[in-house]
Design a protein around this ligand. Structure first.
Ligand SMILES: Cc1cc2nc3c(=O)[nH]c(=O)nc-3n(C[C@H](O)[C@H](O)[C@H](O)COP(=O)(O)OP(=O)(O)OC[C@H]3O[C@@H](n4cnc5c(N)ncnc54)[C@H](O)[C@@H]3O)c2cc1C
Length: 554
C-alpha cells in the first residue's frame, strides 16, 4: 500500500470521479468496484477501516435462516428475495478470498418429529433458493448419530439434528483485503479521515467533501464528481450534512457476541439455537480456536460506543446452556464485541428483529449524494455493484460492467494447510505461527517473513503461547495503514477477540513497535498503551469480569 503522507498530499491536489465516504464492508466494496471500472476513486474513513459494524459481525456468509423462517411464517416475499440474493452472493465471497473464508456445517437441534420435519423442509427450501450456488445439501441425523457428531449437544429430550451449510469468514481481514485490493488497483485509501461537511456548486450539487485528517489534524478538501455515502449506521448523519432537514431512513439495532473457550470435543461444526425468548436464533460457532456466541437484536442509537452489557451476556449464556453441555458461566468469557446494524425503515415493521435486511441505493436529487443504506456483509459486493451503477448513471449515463464477481482479492493465491507447512519448513518457523500467518495474510505471509529474514528479532512471539509475531506489527504499519494498538490487536492480528487478557499482555510490545515505526515520542507511547488497556478493562468490567493485572510496562 502507498505511504500515508503521499496519499494525504495527493488527495487535496486531485480531482476524483468518485469519493467514497466510509471504509467498512459497503465503502470498501464500492471503492474496489469503482476503481476496477476505471473510475478515479478515493475512499476515506473516520476511524480505522472496518472499525465499526463490519468487524463486529457473526462472521457468516449466509442467506439467513432466520429471515427464511420469517418469510415462511409471514408469507413475506421481500424476505425470500433477500435470502435468495444473499445465497447467490455467498459463492463469490468464498471464491474471491479463500484464505479468509470457509464452509461450516450447522446443526439445528430438534426435540420432536414436528421440529424435525419443519427444519428439514425449511433447509431444503434454503438449498433450493441457493440454486447452483448450494454449498452442501442439508440432511437430518437421528438422535444417536447427532450426539456422536455433536458431543456437546444437550441430549435431554433430543430427537435429532437437521444439518446445513453456510460460509464463514474473517470479517475485519476481508474488509482490509478489499481496501488493499482497491489500493493495488490504483485507488487512494485513507483511514482516520472524517468527512465533516460538504461544499456545493451554484446548482446546489456537492462539489467537495471537507475532511479532517485525524493523525496530523490536517484539513483536506476532496474534489469529486460523485460522492458515495457508505457510512453504515452513520448514513443519516452524512445525508443530513448534504441536505439539512432530510428525513432519516435508518433504524439502528445493536447486536453483541461473547467469546468463550472452545469446549473439549466441540469439533469444527456450529450449532444454531433455533428459538429464543424473543423469537430469534443464536449461533454458537467455532471461531479461530474459540466459541463465538451471538447475537442479540435491540434498538440502538449512536450516542455511545456500543459495548456488551452483563444482561446481554447472561441472555446469551442462558440460551446456550439450554442446548450445550457443559454449561458456561460469565466468568469463562474471554472476549466480547458489539456492533450496530444499519436497517432501512420499511414503514410496516416496528421491531428491529423483524425488519428485512434489504438494502437501498438512494440518489438525493438536489445534492447528488448517493447513499448505500442497509444490507449485510454477505451482499456487500452486490450493493457496491448497484451503487457504482448509480454513480456512472449520474456521471455520463454509460454503465460499464462490474468486475468484482470474479476478482481475486489480495492475498488469495495461497491459503491451504500445505502452504502453511511449506512456509514452516522453508522459513524454519513453528507450525502454529505458519498456520496463523497464512490464515490472516494468505500469500502476503511471505512478505511478513521477509521482514524476519532482514531482522531475526521480528520473528519473536508478541506474547508467549500465541502465534502472533512482531513482524506482523511492522508489516501492518507499513502495508496496511495500522495507526494504533487496537488497529493491530483487534482487526489485523485477531488477538483482542481471541483473549482480552492476552491482548492486554501484548499491548506494551505492540505499542513500542508502533512507536518505532510511526515515530511516537515516549510520552505518547505510554499514553496509547494505557488508553488501550483501560478500554479493554472497561469492556470487561461492564460484563462483571475481573481481568488479571496483565503487564502494562513499556
Ligand atoms: C451483531 C451483528 C452481526 C452481524 N452478522 C452478520 C453476518 O454474520 N453476516 C452478514 O452478512 N452480515 C452481518 N451483519 C451485518 C453487517 O455486519 C453490516 O451490514 C455491515 O458490516 C455494514 O457495513 P457498512 O460498511 O455499511 O458499515 P460500517 O462497517 O459501520 O462502516 C461504516 C464506516 O463509515 C465510517 N464513517 C462514519 N462517519 C464517517 C464520516 N463522517 N467520514 C468518514 N467515515 C465515516 C465509520 O468509521 C465506519 O468505518 C451483522 C451485524 C451486526 C451488528
Amino acid at each position: 500500500m502507498q505511504q500515508r503522507s503521499e496519499i494525504v498530499g495527493r488527495i487535496g491536489a486531485t480531482s476524483y470521479d468518485v469519493c467514497v465516504i466510509g471504509g467498512g464492508a459497503s465503502g470498501a466494496g464500492c471503492a474496489l468496484d469503482a476503481q476496477l471500472r476505471g473510475l478515479k476513486t478515493v475512499v476515506v474513513d473516520a476511524g480505522d477501516f472496518g472499525s465499526a459494524t463490519s468487524s463486529a459481525s457473526t462472521k457468516l456468509i449466509h442467506g439467513g435462516l432466520r429471515y427464511l423462517q420469517q418469510a415462511m411464517v409471514e408469507w413475506d416475499i421481500g424476505q425470500y428475495r433477500v435470502v435468495r440474493g444473499a445465497l447467490r452472493e455467498r459463492i463469490f465471497m468464498l471464491r474471491n478470498a479463500p484464505h479468509l473464508t470457509g464452509v461450516l456445517e450447522f446443526a439445528v437441534p430438534c426435540f420432536s418429529l414436528i421440529d424435525a420435519v419443519y427444519y428439514s423442509v425449511g433447509l431444503k427450501l434454503y438449498d433450493w433458493l441457493a440454486g447452483k450456488a448450494v454449498l452442501r445439501s442439508s440432511f437430518f441425523l437421528g438422535r444417536t448419530r447427532a450426539l456422536a457428531r455433536f458431543a456437546n449437544l444437550n441430549g435431554s429430550g433430543l430427537f435429532g439434528a437437521a444439518l446445513y451449510s453456510d460460509g464463514q469468514f474473517d470479517d475485519s481481514r476481508y474488509n482490509l483485503a478489499l481496501i488493499r485490493s482497491c489500493s493495488d488497483a490504483g485507488g487512494d485509501v485513507l483511514n482516520y479521515a472524517a468527512v465533516t461537511g460538504f461544499t456545493k456548486d451554484r446548482h446546489g450539487r456537492l462539489a467537495t467533501a471537507e475532511v479532517e485528517e485525524r493523525q496530523s489534524g490536517t484539513h483536506l478538501s476532496i474534489r469529486a464528481n460523485a460522492f458515495l455515502n457508505a457510512t453504515g449506521p452513520f448514513s443519516d448523519r452524512l445525508r443530513e450534512m448534504a441536505s439539512p432537514g432530510i428525513t432519516p431512513r435508518l433504524i439502528l439495532s445493536k447486536g453483541v457476541h461473547i467469546v468463550l473457550p472452545l469446549p473439549a470435543g466441540f469439533g469444527n461444526d456450529a450449532v444454531l439455537i433455533p428459538k429464543t425468548e424473543d423469537g430469534r436464533v443464536i449461533f454458537a460457532i467455532p471461531w479461530q480456536g474459540r466459541l463465538l456466541v451471538g447475537t442479540t437484536d435491540t434498538e440502538a442509537t449512536l450516542d455511545e460506543v456500543p459495548s456488551v452489557t452483563r444482561a446481554e451476556a447472561e441472555y446469551l449464556l442462558r440460551h446456550l446452556n439450554r442446548y450445550l453441555t457443559p454449561p458456561s458461566t460469565r466468568s469463562a468469557i474471554v472476549s466480547a464485541m458489539a456492533g450496530v446494524r444499519p436497517l432501512v425503515r420499511s414503514g410496516k415493521r416496528s421491531r428491529t428483529s423483524k425488519m428485512v435486511r434489504d438494502y437501498e441505493i438512494e440518489v438525493e436529487p438536489r445534492s447528488g449524494l448517493i447513499s448505500v443504506l442497509g444490507g449485510k456483509w454477505t451482499v456487500y459486493r452486490l450493493m457496491a455493484e448497484h451503487a457504482v451503477d448509480a454513480v456512472q448513471r449520474g456521471l455520463n449515463g454509460k454503465i460499464t460492467p462490474s468486475r468484482t464477481r470474479n476478482y481475486a482479492l489480495l492475498g488469495s493465491e495461497s491459503h491451504t494447510i500445505e502452504a502453511a507447512e511449506n512456509l514452516a519448513a522453508i522459513h524454519g518457523i513453528a507450525p502454529d505461527i505458519a498456520r496463523h500467518l497464512v490464515d490472516k495474510f494468505g500469500s502476503c505471509a511471505l512478505r511478513v517473513l521477509e521482514l524476519v529474514r532482514a531482522d531475526a528479532s521480528l520473528g519473536a512471539r508478541i506474547v508467549p503461547g500465541a502465534p502472533q509475531i512482531a513482524a506482523e506489527v511492522v508489516y501492518c504499519v507499513r502495508e496496511e495503514m495500522a495507526m494504533g494498538i487496537e488497529d493491530i490487536l483487534s482487526r489485523r492480528l485477531g488477538l483482542q477477540s481471541f483473549d482480552w487478557r492476552l491482548a492486554i499482555e501484548a499491548a506494551s510490545a505492540v505499542g513500542n513497535i508502533l512507536a518505532r515505526e510511526l515515530g511516537w515520542p515516549r510520552t505518547r507511547t505510554g499514553e496509547e498503551i494505557r488508553l488501550y488497556v483501560d478500554r479493554i478493562r472497561a469492556s470487561s468490567e461492564a460484563l462483571g469480569i475481573d481481568l488479571v493485572h496483565a503487564g502494562t510496562t513499556q
